[in-house]
Write a protein that binds this ligand. Structure first.
Ligand code: ADP
Length: 477
């Protein structure tokens, strides 16, 4: 039987350019599908900071992209592995800037055109590369929403799948931009693109896609409620027949991979492995090592969503109870400043590193005894899964994918992998951390909890199978 030809369109790809979990998911899903026998083409943009992999080849000719105006874009092609090619759309005027989505002044003013061009180019590249219409066009988040809309006209035989990685970012623009995006004016109506007088690209993709997925079953439920729907809950309830939650996995380097770590470790050597990592990270971040202390860490975007402010509110309480604390991330300027202020009050006990550094992120997962993910909402979340792989016990908010990937610890029954707090509630977070201190003081239970966390299977295998089944169902339509 011919291989299923799948086009994936994503603004981020792990290893090339990413700001968060979207890049991890797009790459891991593409890789998983390729290994499962699909022919996968993943299309993204080439930004200023993109790491262009060795062995990339430039297409000899540019590709025309006809929106309101016609542009010519370059294409770089990377043969990533058998069954998986990655194409980077090159247009310095649109993408050759320091950020993926914006700079210190905020989002770029031409983001609608930038990602419309990516979406349109992706369809043209796929048709050329496959030498045929792709069987499936799969767009990720609002940046690829227009790939779904364009495909309905340009590639009517293709099945379309749209994945919501984060409903908080919907791609909302002024209707005056519609001509520029090459979208038929007829689609600017309440059941497709119009929302409160603006153009809402995510809404349009939800309407037009044959199937809509999101990144955990719990989030699939939450986005249909007024609390979690960011104004689109009614729209999602209307389309709920085609909505499904498929949890993200993690793949790639685990604790056995020594890269960036002082010592590789597995569940049997977690005490030694963690203590070596803790020493390295504490030196690196300037944390006191004289007294053995539990390390409470986090890695992630400093954004309102992630509850960094809630974490910072309990830092004095954690220090008072004997912990060292480390936060690594970048994001909103005011949260970065707030974090630095808190750290300055507790030299040697609290460290903040404002950086996007994958090596340090991995050392943090390895070094932390407890890993906090106090998100206000969390579609899936990956860091809690990475942390568990390294035997760091997650302390997370009771929301979204965190509920689907962490289970509550019961030290009597010796079950569960983490502790839960109510989202946005500092008192509840401190209470959950008190449970973590209790566990820390009980080494036998701690070792067993770490072993359970490390034994969790968060691989992509099962989820790739669910996506394949979804594609097959659409083809059979
Ligand atoms: P989100 O996509 O909402 O930012 P996720 O938990 O889904 O959150 O994914 C975050 C991804 O980004 C993980 O792979 C994490 O390791 C990575 N990451 C986030 N912040 C940093 C950072 N400061 N340095 C290195 N990696 C980071």
């Amino acid at each position: 039987m011919a291989k299923l030809r799948v086009l994936q369109v994503s603004a981020e790809v792990d290893g090339l350019a990413k700001t968060g979990g979207l890049g991890d998911a797009a790459m891991a899903l593409s890789r998983g599908l390729a290994r499962a026998g699909c022919e996968v083409l993943l299309v993204t943009a080439r930004y200023g900071p993109t790491r262009v992999p060795p062995g990339v080849e430039r297409w000899p000719a540019t590709v025309p992209v006809q929106l309101g105006q016609r542009r010519e874009v370059g294409v770089l092609e990377w043969d990533a592995e058998p069954g998986l090619r990655v194409c980077l759309v090159e247009d310095d005027g649109l993408y050759g800037r320091v950020g993926l989505y914006g700079d210190t002044h905020g989002p770029f003013g031409d983001n609608a055109l930038r990602f419309a061009t990516l979406s349109k180019a992706a369809l043209a590249i796929a048709t050329r590369r496959f030498g045929a219409t792709p069987d499936v066009v799969h767009g990720h988040d609002w940046h690829a929403a227009l790939a779904i809309l364009y495909a309905r006209d340009d590639l009517p035989a293709a099945s379309t799948v749209f994945t919501i990685h984060n409903l908080a970012h919907q791609g909302v623009f002024d209707p005056s931009l519609l001509w520029q995006l090459g979208v038929p004016p007829a689609l600017y109506r309440l059941d497709v693109l119009e929302e409160h007088g603006g153009v809402n690209l995510m809404k349009g993709a939800i309407t037009m896609a044959h199937a809509v997925t999101t990144v955990s079953p719990r989030y699939a439920h939450e986005i249909r409620t007024p609390e979690g729907g960011f104004g689109l809950d009614g729209h999602l309830r209307y389309h709920q027949e085609k909505l499904v939650g498929i949890v993200n996995g993690i793949d790639g380097a685990g604790p056995r991979d020594r890269e960036g770590l002082p010592l590789a470790y597995d569940a049997n050597a977690v005490v030694e492995g963690k203590s070596a990592a803790k020493t390295i990270v504490s030196r690196e971040l300037g944390l006191d090592l004289e007294t053995p202390r539990p390390l409470f860490g986090t890695v992630g975007r400093f954004a309102e969503q992630k509850g960094i402010d809630v974490f910072l509110r309990i830092v004095p309480g954690l220090v008072e109870r004997g912990a060292n604390v480390a936060l690594v991330g970048t994001g909103d300027r005011h949260l970065e400043e707030l974090a630095k202020d808190v750290a300055a009050r507790f030299p040697g006990r609290v460290a903040v590193r404002i950086a996007f550094d994958s090596g340090l992120a991995k050392r943090m997962y390895a070094a932390s005894d407890f890993f906090l993910v106090p998100s206000r909402f969390e579609p899936c979340g990956l860091t809690q899964m990475y942390a568990m792989q390294f035997g760091a016990i997650p302390v997370v908010s009771r929301t979204g994918g965190l509920i689907d990937t962490v289970s509550p610890i019961d030290t009597t029954a010796q079950t569960g992998t983490g502790f839960f707090a109510e989202p946005g509630d500092a008192a509840s977070l401190l209470l959950a951390c008190e449970d973590a201190f209790t566990l820390y003081r009980d080494p036998r239970s701690l070792v067993r909890a770490r072993a359970r966390a490390m034994a969790q299977d968060h691989s992509w295998t099962k989820s790739v199978g669910e996506y394949q089944a979804l594609y097959a169902g659409l083809r059979a339509r």
